[in-house]
Design a binder for this molecule. Sequence first.
Ligand SMILES: C[S@@+](CC[C@H](N)C(=O)[O-])C[C@H]1O[C@@H](n2cnc3c(N)ncnc32)[C@H](O)[C@@H]1O
Length: 335
Amino acid sequence: MLDKIIVGDSIALIKEFPDKFVHAIISDIPYGICYDDWDIIHNNTNTALGGASVAQTEAGNVFKRRGKPLNGWSNSDKKIPLEYQQWCETWAPDWLRVLKPGGSCFIFAGRRYAHRCISALENCGFTFKDMLAWEKETAPHRAQRVSEIYKRRGDEESERKWSGWRVANLRPLFEPVLWFQKPYKTGATLADNILNYEVGAWNEEAMSEYNGRNNFLDEITQSNIIRIATEKSDRGLHETQKPLKLMELLVSLVTTKGAVVLDPFAGSGTTCVAAKNLGRHYIGIEINEKFAQIADERLSQTQMCRPDNDECNNRDFKNNDAHYNIQLRLDSIVG
Ligand SMILES: C[S@@+](CC[C@H](N)C(=O)[O-])C[C@H]1O[C@@H](n2cnc3c(N)ncnc32)[C@H](O)[C@@H]1O
């Protein structure tokens, strides 16, 4: 099972995993915001978000131009956040079970429903440790000027009054990374737990390397705001592909070489590539065969740094080179 991408539903498959088996779970889970088919978590069909509400049908093409309103198109849309939490509660107990005591779990969750994910994991026994912010350099942004609507309606008074006002959000330049920990034995010490399971602390050296690489000043070292840009080689394999350097930082922050890192929503396998690059074992689970194949291809091009023999000099060069080879071959798979 180690060092593989398993194709299938991780919610069912993880039930077969042994207890206290993995040192860390690092995953970019579906945010439940209906970004794509795989991101539709709710069950209600009376909704524009993955279904067909009366309002959507009546709106026709206007709906497509307006996009997805935050407050939904029907009353059942308002249950989506709760349904997201309930979905998180279907897998969180098994994540807790397979993680070693004191082990970390990093979850990328959307800003709108991150609180639901936190409540779900807390309900299932995790400790919510911190929230990191991954700060990006750019993010798509669409915030319509409300005065434009009044202008189109010929309502000059409202157009003047609401000039300079917009709807929708500010530019979404950060993504939360939720940091959970599996509680260690009550009455024991974390220091003993670290000796028993090799998890429970975070690695200062990993942060220093990241700070040094970015020339960050002393006053922001060890900050929980992580600034990592998306490079050219971080694009093109998955719609929500995460930067490899970001995943490497998270892997090296909470695991030692030889540890086992699990990603139950692996996508194009970025977490697993990061783990392999850094001499950790990995298990990726991905339900979509196309993405699983992409992840396999990436991993077959990635050289593992053996725990006892770190030969990964020039790693960045190797990764970029591998990315372009894979990209050429995957163009046909992705279609
Ligand atoms: C947000 S994406 C991960 C992208 C990843 N960070 C990357 O860099 O490529 C989440 C992935 O979870 C997969 N997925 C959704 N439900 C799943 C399930 N029950 N079991 C396994 N994978 C699932 C989706 O197909 C999607 O590729």
